[in-house]
Every structure is written in C-alpha cells, then in structure tokens.
Design a protein around this ligand. Sequence first.
Ligand SMILES: *[C@@H]1O[C@H](CO)[C@@H](O)[C@H](O)[C@H]1NC(C)=O
Ligand SMILES: *[C@@H]1O[C@H](CO)[C@@H](O)[C@H](O)[C@H]1NC(C)=O
Ligand SMILES: *[C@@H]1O[C@H](CO)[C@@H](O)[C@H](O)[C@H]1NC(C)=O
Ligand SMILES: *[C@@H]1O[C@H](CO)[C@@H](O)[C@H](O)[C@H]1NC(C)=O
Ligand SMILES: *[C@@H]1O[C@H](CO)[C@@H](O)[C@H](O)[C@H]1NC(C)=O
Ligand SMILES: *[C@@H]1O[C@H](CO)[C@@H](O)[C@H](O)[C@H]1NC(C)=O
Ligand SMILES: *[C@@H]1O[C@H](CO)[C@@H](O)[C@H](O)[C@H]1NC(C)=O
Length: 544
Amino acid sequence: MFTFTFQLFSLLLLSTTATAQPYKATEIFLLNCGSSSSAITSGRRWDGDENSKFVPSNIATTSFSSQPSVQHPSVNLIPYATARIFNSFSFTYMFPVSQGPKFLRLYFYPATYSGLKANESFFSVSSNGFSLFSNFNAFLTTSFLSQSGHNVFSFVKEYIIYVKDTQILNVTFTPSPNSFAFINGIEIVSMPEKLYFKNIKIRFVGTHLGPVIDEYTSLENMYRLNVGGAQISGNGDTGMYRSWDSDESYLFHSLMMGMTPLSHIPITYTTNTPDYTAPKLIYQTQRSMGNHSDQYIRTWRLPVDSGFWYMLRLHFCNLIPQYTLKGQMIFKLFINNETAEDEADVFFWTPGTGYPVFKDYGVFMNDIDGHGSKRDLWLSMLPNDQSQEYRDAYLNGLEVFKLNMTGNLSSPNPNSSFTTPPEKPTSPIKLKKKTAPYVVIIGGVGGGIVWFSVLVLMVFWWRSGAVDKSWWGRTSTESNPTKLPSDRCRCFTLKQLKLATDEFNENFVIGNGGFGKVYKGYIDNAKTIVAIKRLNQSSSQGFS
Ligand SMILES: *[C@@H]1O[C@H](CO)[C@@H](O)[C@H](O)[C@H]1NC(C)=O
Ligand SMILES: *[C@@H]1O[C@H](CO)[C@@H](O)[C@H](O)[C@H]1NC(C)=O
Ligand SMILES: *[C@@H]1O[C@H](CO)[C@@H](O)[C@H](O)[C@H]1NC(C)=O
Ligand SMILES: *[C@@H]1O[C@H](CO)[C@@H](O)[C@H](O)[C@H]1NC(C)=O
Ligand SMILES: *[C@@H]1O[C@H](CO)[C@@H](O)[C@H](O)[C@H]1NC(C)=O
Ligand SMILES: *[C@@H]1O[C@H](CO)[C@@H](O)[C@H](O)[C@H]1NC(C)=O
Ligand SMILES: *[C@@H]1O[C@H](CO)[C@@H](O)[C@H](O)[C@H]1NC(C)=O
C-alpha cells in the first residue's frame, strides 16, 4: 500500500497518539537504511543499519550508504534522509522473528544518490520466497501516485509475510543487470494471528471458489481507507502502525455528501470484531447516502494490478440514531459490478448501534491485456428495494489486499510496457543512459495538461455572488472571468473538478452559455456548492 502524509491532519494525529493501544506488538524493527546511528521520530526509535545485526557481514563491500542530493521539504528526514544502495550484488537483511504473520513495510524515496538517478534504478525484492517486486522502478511509482493531484515524493509499501518455523524474515534486494537498488527504511511489526489469517471467511464475488488465506499466502496492502473520515497515521492505529487514508480521492461519484460528522456514540468491540481490528475513529465516521439515494449509486474506484486475487475487508458500524432495528435499512453491495451482498443489513450482523463488524470479499482481477497493467476495482452500494423504512447504505472503512499468485506479488511498473531497464552494460556507478521510455510517459502526462488548459475551467463560489446572470448569459462582457479579484480565485486540478461534477455528467448541467456549459459541482466534501464552467473548444468567447 502507498502511504503519504498530509500535514493537514497533524492536529488530529496529536489527539490520537495518546489513545491506548489494544494490541501491544511483541516484535518491532525499525531500520533506518544507510544510517549509522539511531534517531527518534513520532515517538518511535529507528536504528541505523550500518552496524546492525540484521545485515550480512560483507555489508561494506556489497552496498554503500548515501544521501539524496536534494531532500524535498515535504519528505520526512527519517528514514528518507539516508539510503542503502546496492549497485551490483544481491543483499539480504535477515530478521529473527517468531512464527506467525508479520507486517513488512518498505520505505522508498526515489531521488539521486551519489549521482545515481532513481529514474534509472531497476531492481527486484523478495521476502521468504515471495517475489515482491521484479524490475521495479520506484520513480515510476511516485509519478503514478502524483497523477491523483497531490505530488508524491516518497511512499511506503506494506506486505504481510507469514513466517514459518524457520523464524527468519528475509528481505533480499537484487539490482537488475546494469542498474542499482536502494532502500530508505524497513519496518517489521508483529500482529495478532487472527487479524487477517485465521477464521477468515471470504465471500467470493463472480466465482464460487477462490484461494484460502493461510500460512502459505502473502499479502500486499493496496488500500486502507477511513471512509468518510480523515487520514489516521500509524500512531493512531491499534498498535500495528497501519495508516488509514481518507477515501476522498477514490470516490467515483461526485456526490461527496454523506460524511457523517464524527459520532460520539461509544464503539463496543466484540469477540468477532476485537478492539485491534481497526481504530475507533474508523467506526466513528462513515459515508452514508442520507435516505434520498434513489438518484445515485455510491461508488469507489480503486486502481489495482490485474492478474491477481484481491481480498476486500469492509468495515461497518451503525451510527445513525434513526436506524435501530433489523429490516429497516437494507442495501446491496457490488464488487466489479457483480453482486457481493443483495440484502446487507448491519443489524443482522451486529447487536446494534455502535457495534463494529467487518466482512471479507474476494475477487479476481482478470488480466485483460496480458500485461498485468492497472485496472479499476469497483465497489458500489445502493439501497435494496425491500428496505422497509430507509433508502440508505453506508460504509465506515475499507481495506484492499492483493494475494500472491504462485509465490509472486510483483506487477509491472505503471505504464511499464514503455519501460525497460538499461540494456548496454555500463559501470554500475555510472548510469548515464538516456533511453526513450520516460519521454512517452511524460508525453502522456503532458497530454493531460494540454487537455486541462483547453478546458479552461473557472470555478466560482456559488453563493459568493460572483455568479451573476451574465456568467452564462450570451453577452458576458463585464464578467470577464480573467479579471475576477484574485481573492475569489482558487486553483483546482482537473481530477478535483471531474470528481465534483461526476466526470462532467450531463445531469449536473445548470446552464449553457456562450462559451460552454456550466455544471453544478460539490467540493470540500460537499460542504461547498460551486458552478463550474467548461470552455467549449468551438467557442470564440472568453479567452482568446
Ligand atoms: C534467508 O536468507 C538466507 C540467506 O540467503 C537463507 O540461507 C535462508 O534460507 C533464508 N531464510 C528464509 C526463511 O527464507
Ligand atoms: C426516508 O425516506 C422515506 C421515503 O421518501 C420517507 O418515508 C421517510 O420518512 C424518510 N425518513 C427520514 C428519517 O427522513
Ligand atoms: C462497472 O460499471 C462502470 C460504470 O457503469 C463501468 O465504467 C465499469 O467498466 C464496470 N466495471 C466492470 C469491471 O465491469
Ligand atoms: C501463494 O504462494 C504459495 C506459496 O508459493 C502457493 O502455495 C499458493 O498457491 C499461492 N497462491 C496463489 C493464489 O497462487
Ligand atoms: C512475477 O510476476 C511478474 C509479472 O506478473 C513476472 O514478470 C515475474 O517474472 C514473476 N516472478 C516470479 C518469481 O514468478
Ligand atoms: C532521469 O532524470 C534526469 C533528470 O533528473 C534526466 O536527465 C534523465 O534523462 C532521466 N533518465 C531517464 C532514463 O529518463
Ligand atoms: C499511461 O499512459 C497513458 C498515456 O500513454 C496515460 O494516459 C495514463 O495516465 C498512464 N497511466 C499510468 C498509470 O501512468
């Protein structure tokens, strides 16, 4: 899974770090790779790997420490201010741990290290026989993550590896031929055996049978979302340092409403949903449809790698005071447009309001183009017609895991059909190849920018009075949008505007003017209604 921190929520984090942790990890390793000393950040101690007992004795000849040539201000110093570089040999970290499932988190900051450019780094990573990455390029991953609007410079990948009676967790880095590998940080945290492995009942969607999750299975976390709520950092988790992102970037339908305000209903954990399952904050916020949901289906769109099985864990908890009985509020769940639940009723699954519950679903993502490229995993919910009193549906949290296929979790780099590792042998230190692949990608991104500028989207505060009659009238001479006072201007990405208007859905059109259609849109979690004007390319009005 990818984790990136938004400063915005730091206040929230402060308030959650103090909460008692229902799970006390018996094993925690935090390795600051490329460093020779220990450091504390967010209350956690990271040890340098230089003199660590987890590295091979020939560390000095098979790797070296380096620092990024430039440290981006948004990137945390620990563990990202140093890296260990492997420029020709395989390198294995060995952690002695007890038997059982462990979180393995790998921290990457693709930058330039000792003149080695991250965009030219390709490598493989394996752990206890599972291939986690093959020919991986971390720079392409940050480019991919940055497409969603936020610039992402560093990221964390999270795996769950089941350690057997060998009681060793190995992590091996192998540079691709004529390339180099790097790693900034490694984290290992134990977990309750039953959290994801034992007593897991998976309902498969689209097939009758699917793989079991047992000690031969390894998982990769793709998403962990606090639906309808804010990001929760690792310190706010139930003791396993899982981080939970806001679901906002993954909502397909524009209608962002349904954010239940943080509820103060007490959360009561049960034997089926023990207190380590997810933090209370996950269950205290949700996204509902608000008893007027005939018009739309709530959908999340989650890009995943094709050719793998996925396990989705959906977290529910009733918070809505009007709902008190079975049969009042029944909803349907669809995964990839196939029925996962026809008559979901949280009151059938729980003793009542404030009791959390989770349900696990399995689905296979077909590799349609044969390249294992990214595909959207869809999750939708809508009211069941049999719902006796309320036409509603809600979700509190969502986790998505990729399951290994034949010992493999690795997928091609995003858009990797255009990328290949350097071909000509060069000295491991001097990688100076300038190959075409990246140009294609930059071209793809650039195309988006061109489209964006062609649209020339202008957003005004709907209620601020900036929207006057001439705004979509035929003669808009006075209201020339380029001359608006700058304090009324705010910049939006194309993605935000598409989200606000349901991909410029025709149902959202509220006006049609000389230079294009005007859409109603919802921003800031539907707290603000805006009018969005989309430039018609054939129009000669407006910008010239
Ligand atoms: C860990 O790696 C070492 C060295 O490569 C190897 O001898 C050992 O078998 C590995 N153990 C596991 C559990 O993969
Ligand atoms: C929910 O909607 C139904 C049908 O429109 C209506 O009868 C009912 O009163 C509504 N309930 C609430 C709590 O608004
Ligand atoms: C599911 O439905 C959406 C919207 O109708 C569509 O765009 C998408 O391709 C469908 N997905 C699958 C996997 O069929
Ligand atoms: C996952 O890997 C294990 C060990 O290699 C293997 O036994 C299992 O079949 C794999 N799972 C799938 C779904 O291929
Ligand atoms: C894992 O899968 C990827 C692509 O799906 C493939 O390129 C790679 O060779 C596989 N690795 C192993 C060890 O099977
Ligand atoms: C990598 O990025 C540098 C700029 O930081 C650029 O000069 C170089 O051409 C890039 N390499 C490739 C293979 O695109
Ligand atoms: C892949 O490239 C296409 C254009 O070639 C672009 O539209 C798309 O966003 C890219 N996707 C990723 C995952 O980089």
